[in-house]
Design a protein around this ligand. Structure first.
Ligand code: UFG
Length: 341
């Protein structure tokens, strides 16, 4: 298969490109490199352009016999979306519409889309099933939901075959050590905790210790990025064999609290971590855990790398050797965040 990977220079996109190419597909990456990294594109050609660049898309579709698109390219930070929603509606929604039009013009009829558990908002039931109401509480989640709606109508009216993968918390790094998380500034819990253990940020900041959870800290369903990449391969196979357009949750079905993550990092570090307890970050639900049984059943997808220890170990290995990761002090509630899926 020839697969166009938008945002393939980003965190999840680059891991997926590697997995696809290992499985025998040709991965053509489209990335404007505003938030992605050139050196993360190693398993196929890189076209440096924006998803809204209709002539670049036309050229790609003429040059390569693209069977399907995996669409990662997006801004991916809740905090930033609360400060500059226009960025999210323009880049994530308007530009996705442009991509869909480019695909339609070229007759490319399959897409796997990076959606998010942020489309659910504050959950009323845990674990969260795909049928759970989608009521996003920030523009990031809203932008992902709007693209899901675009896909729905393009499917109904133009015959587009789509899968929307609703990620829970992506984490970890390529087990071979070739790729990893490289956000600037880094704000996600697991890399921040490891950077604290490595002495590259002053301490782990725990946002909220008064949640209604067993240890008072927030719980998330952390999924190894390699397992996430494998799910994209499974989704492509599913669409290729005529599977019906539908969303899938991607998670492990079990959650870990901030304190449990800190303890896992301490196990790898072999020492205690410095930490400080701070108020809750605004908009953070107490607990987000996937019911991912549909993906297991329909896509026959099984996460194999997502024990907390393996996530922390692979992430640690990457961060310990990565000179590019800044010792940013950027994880407070108001920091403007940047990154791609
Ligand atoms: N946290 C800390 N300290 C930190 C960083 C995070 O205590 O230094 C806490 C957060 O408050 C949260 C948990 O750890 O409770 C996880 O936070 P992350 O920032 O790692 O991840 P989020 O759950 O906030 O965000 C992720 C994705 C988003 C997606 C969101 C859906 O990164 O893209 O899940 O809720 F939108």
């Amino acid at each position: 298969m020839h697969v166009l990977i938008t945002g393939g220079a980003g965190y999840i996109g680059s891991h997926t490109a590697k997995i696809l190419s290992r499985a025998g597909s040709r991965a053509i990456v489209l990335d404007n490199l505003k938030r992605g990294h050139r050196d993360a594109v190693r398993w196929g050609p890189l076209v440096e352009a924006d998803i809204a660049d209709r002539s670049a898309l036309k050229e790609i579709f003429e040059k390569y016999p693209i069977d399907a698109v995996i669409h990662f390219a997006a801004f991916a930070y809740v905090g930033e979306s609360m400060q500059a929603p226009e960025l999210y509606f323009q880049n994530n929604v308007v530009n996705s519409l442009s991509l869909l039009e480019s695909m339609r013009a070229a007759g490319v009829r399959k897409i796997v889309f990076s959606s998010s558990c942020a489309t659910y908002g504050y959950p009323t039931e845990i674990p969260i099933r795909e049928e759970h109401a989608q009521q996003p509480v920030n523009p990031y989640g809203e932008s992902k939901l709007m693209v899901e709606r675009l896909l729905h109508w393009y499917g109904q009216i133009h015959g587009l075959a789509w899968v929307a993968l609703r990620y829970f918390n992506a984490a970890g790094a390529d087990p071979d050590g070739e790729l990893g998380e490289n956000h600037d500034p880094e704000t996600h819990l697991i890399p921040r905790t490891i950077l604290a253990a490595l002495g590259r940020v002053p301490c782990l900041q725990i946002f909220g210790t008064d949640y209604d959870t067993p240890d008072g800290t927030a719980i998330r369903d952390y999924l190894h990025v390699t397992d996430l990449g494998e799910a994209h391969l499974a989704a492509l196979k599913y669409l290729d064999s005529g599977g019906a357009s539908t969303p899938f949750n991607l998670g492990t079905g079990s959650g870990h609290s901030v304190r449990e993550v800190a303890a896992a990092v301490e196990r790898v570090a072999g020492r205690d971590l410095p930490y400080e307890e701070l108020p809750r970050r605004s908009g953070d639900p107490a607990s987000l855990i996937a019911d991912a049984s549909k993906a297991r059943r329909v896509l026959e997808w099984i996460p194999r790398h997502s024990s907390l220890d393996e996530i922390v170990r692979t992430s640690w290995n990457w961060l310990a050797k990565s000179a590019q990761v800044p010792a940013a002090s950027g994880a407070d509630q108001d920091t403007k965040e940047a990154g791609s899926e």
